[in-house]
Design a protein. Structure first.
Lengths: 117, 111
């Protein structure tokens, strides 16, 4: 079965550079979520999109932006990178109400590891 | 402010022991999920609970959702080294597309 695909898996950037992460959700899933997970931390919700519109925002810095395209893939753009941005970035997708219980059930990608030097 | 607090944060036990992990909040969640995460990998869903008081079993794992849908517990019976990992609860806040993770419990089961 198709899973959530994230690219690149690993990315190394210098401070003040820009990075773009991509996420390809499971086919037919209409919601995409982005999370940031620092070393030893739990995943922090950044932003979500439902049907290509931003639906909710979490602790996403102003230097970051994201969008969901017509084919439902999503990109997370990060500018003026700081050392503290080094983390695992996860994307997850869901189909609203897909779970047998009617709950949103997220499927996560393997993550993109960003290292800022 | 952390919406979902998990306890304990770290747990190291011997193979065959039982353990319980708690996930607590002052907020009400539409649903609550438990995930297990291996280092460098994405979280993998274990179970979803939706109804207050609901109990679900997955082999040696038993999950319970609190009556008020503000808390949950994960009980593992006869833990095995393969159970080692980071256990995360995550909640779906009512009426939002915010899906919040708990603080995590790092479990290590020693052979």
């Amino acid at each position: 079965a198709a899973g959530v695909i994230q690219s690149p898996r690993h990315l190394i950037k210098e401070k003040r550079e820009t990075a773009t992460l991509k996420c390809y959700p499971i086919p037919r899933h209409d919601t995409v979520y982005w999370y940031q997970q620092g070393p030893g931390q739990d995943p922090q919700f950044l932003i979500s999109f439902y049907e290509k519109m931003q639906s909710d925002k979490g602790s996403i810095p102003d230097r970051f932006s994201a969008q969901q395209f017509s084919d439902y893939h999503s990109e997370l753009n990060m500018s003026s990178l700081e050392l503290g941005d080094s983390a695992l970035y996860f994307c997850a997708s869901s189909l609203e109400g897909l779970g047998s219980s009617g709950a949103n059930v997220l499927t996560f990608g393997a993550g993109s590891r960003l290292t800022v030097l | 402010t952390q919406l979902l607090e998990q306890s304990p944060q770290f747990l190291s036990i011997q193979e065959g022991e039982n353990l319980t992990v708690y996930c607590n909040s002052s907020s009400v969640f539409s649903s609550l999920q438990w995930y297990r995460q291996e280092p460098g990998e994405g979280p993998v869903l274990l179970v979803t609970v939706v109804t207050g008081g609901e109990v679900k079993k997955l082999k040696r794992l038993t999950f319970q959702f609190g009556d008020a849908r503000k808390d949950s517990s994960l009980h593992i019976t006869a833990a095995q080294p393969g159970d080692t990992g980071l256990y995360l609860c995550a909640g779906d806040l009512s009426g939002t597309y915010k899906y919040i993770f708990g603080t995590g419990t790092r479990l290590k089961v020693l052979a």
